[in-house]
Design a binder for this molecule. Sequence first.
Ligand SMILES: [Zn+2]
Length: 417
Amino acid sequence: MPDLPSHASPYFSPQSPPDGEVEGEISLNSTAAPRSNPAESSEETHYESGQESSTENERGTATPALPGSFLSPAFTPPSTPGGTMNPASVLHQTQLSGLRHRVATTTKAPKLLDQLPSVECIVRARIPTTSGTEMFLHLYHNDIDNKEHLAIVFGNTIRSRSLDRVKPGETELDRMIRGAYVGKLHPGRISSWYDEKAEAAAAAAAASSQTTGEKGTTASAHPTQFAQAPLVRIHSECYTGETAWSARCDCGEQLDEAARLMSLPEEALPENLAHADAETLAANSPGGVIVYLRQEGRGIGLGEKLKAYNLQDLGSDTVEANLLLRHPADARSYGLATAILVDLGLGVDANPEGIRLLTNNPDKIRAVEGANREVVVKDRVSMVPLAWRTGGKKGINSTEVEGYLRTKIAKMGHMIK
Ligand SMILES: [Zn+2]
């Protein structure tokens, strides 16, 4: 028998002994032989009982006797360690809370803030993307949480007012470093307000063609004239779906699709996106914004979302799982998105024409418009999963994502067509 060091002590293990019999508990608190079954006189049993008695000898005098309940701490939920869930009771609870939630959601409009949070674009940078399009990533701070919410802006017409605002004492270099510049940066540029290269290019273009209404390249020519209402997507962070290749949801695909639609030249847009009155369609991108909110897992956070996944593997759907964890089915709020859109000049004050919102969730329209309709949603553009559009040839194909989409339609009022 090996001479076991004291750290091999089983004292602090809350597990049952390997034979699964409750009598194992006795061996910790009594000096009686832990095994009474002669059939268990194997090497292994001998080893274990030796371990227990040796540690007991070493620790017995130094450590006060542990309470008999130590193996099953009172704070452990009765159904968790090695226990089995009672499917009937889980189902019952789910039905009850589901009912309660349904009452709550049908009687209560989406969470709207009387006053929009205050947001400020801290920095913006040009990001060339793998698809070949460029976008401007805007990072925001706000007065209601400490998270860095983002706006991914496609096209050159949408600008942040808080970013462009002049800060006392800042230099031209300061402004360019935080992204408050027009046109493009290039080595040696000295003014944030005037892009001499772009200006020269625009002048050359204007000379060769008679296109009027070309937007200026100075910040003072604040352009809010859109050929058509800009596309907007409000996207909530999903680490698993966007970064860790998860096929449990279609968040990654939706993010890609939103970016694709916003990067497309207008001619290439499907008919339902184009407007009859869109006279001369510019060859450049229609532009748009993906407001990327840092509210993982419908607002419950990554840790809780992973627990919900385990509950889903135990048979709950995505709504039931959240409710079993005592979270609302959807804990997200959109006041920050509304405030960011207003900052980007897409609110009614600067853009009375409104926006086109990419979403399958009709509740999101009211939520994004804000309590006082600070933003107007002119059209809803639905997002059909790639797998549905291509008969399963592209996109995500998993039983999990099918269940997820079905639940969104049946329980969360999503309209996917
Ligand atoms: Zn997701």
